[in-house]
Write a protein that binds this ligand. Structure first.
Ligand code: TMP
Length: 266
């Protein structure tokens, strides 16, 4: 059996060299961390569920015109993705006050925000992923102004789409984290959505009971994290249904053409 070259091991995923240049295999672990890895544990089966949830979400997002790194799911814990240069910024989108914004600004958890907020954190665990402004991002050249324009407009579209997608299954999208990457094409690069979207990086509350269906169950020692992740997958209709096959291969170049030529339908 051929040995794959490991490129990077993160807190929740391992990246391996892909079968072709410009591709990467993303392996989803059961490991869970919180508070910049000060708290560590495992959630049984999390990797399998997050692989499926992220596949589902990225495939749906590609259908509304969001360019993503996702190519296809390979097996229970792995997906093939495009290699990108990660922009060292965590993009946090918030609809309802929860987590760090409550501590920082003295808000009550569950309070809807007057409007959707986008926050940026500099990706550096040793520094505790500090909150930064667009001024810092420009000053230290973490991303260009054009790239930030793409990132913020995609983040808003993703939020609008995901709010609706989760509302349809009685889940309120409180907040979530996105990561973007640069895909190089000769001398040009473009920003595409990378990483994953799963209950690890989203706050998802049951619409009726406000029950938490995300990693806050682990962060706050609430228990029942396996069941919560499974419940999200079940409501999305992607659990115990092995026949629905991997998400579609997404051809970015065809998509880009379509984006430019097609007039908005509504
Ligand atoms: P926060 O309230 O801790 O700032 O988190 C906001 C959202 O972003 C929450 O859904 C969890 C997610 N998040 C991550 O996925 N990774 C991180 O490193 C941080 C800080 C937050």
């Amino acid at each position: 059996m051929s040995r794959r070259r490991q490129i990077y091991e993160g807190k929740a995923k391992i990246l391996y060299e892909g079968p072709e240049p410009g591709t990467i295999i993303q392996y989803f672990k059961d490991d869970a961390t919180a508070f910049n890895a000060q708290k560590k544990g495992t959630i049984n089966g999390k990797g399998v569920i997050n692989n499926r949830i992220s596949e589902y979400v990225f495939t749906r997002l590609s259908h509304i015109g969001i360019p993503t790194h996702f190519i296809r799911r390979l097996n229970m814990r792995e997906q093939l993705v495009r290699q990108v240069e990660i922009v060292p910024i965590e993009v946090i989108v918030r609809n309802v006050a929860a987590g760090s914004i409550c501590t920082r600004l003295g808000l009550e958890e569950g309070e809807p925000l007057p409007h959707t907020l986008i926050e940026y954190c500099y990706k550096d665990d040793a520094l505790g992923d500090p909150l930064v402004g667009e001024e810092h991002i420009a000053c230290f050249n973490w991303a260009s102004q054009d790239e930030m324009q793409d990132i913020s407009s995609m983040a808003i579209r993703i939020n609008d789409f995901l709010c609706g997608m989760f509302a349809a299954i009685d889940i309120r999208l409180i907040d979530f984290k996105l990561e973007f990457g640069r895909m190089y094409d000769g001398d040009f690069s473009r920003i595409i959505l990378a990483d994953e979207i799963s209950p690890d990086g989203c706050r998802l509350w049951d619409m009726k009971t406000n029950e938490k269906l995300d990693k806050d169950r682990f962060r706050r020692d609430l228990g029942g994290e396996e069941e919560a992740y499974q419940e999200v997958a079940r409501r999305l209709g992607i659990l115990g249904n092995e026949d629905n096959g991997p998400g579609e291969v997404f051809d970015l170049s065809a998509h880009r053409g379509k984006l430019r030529e097609t007039k908005p339908k509504k």
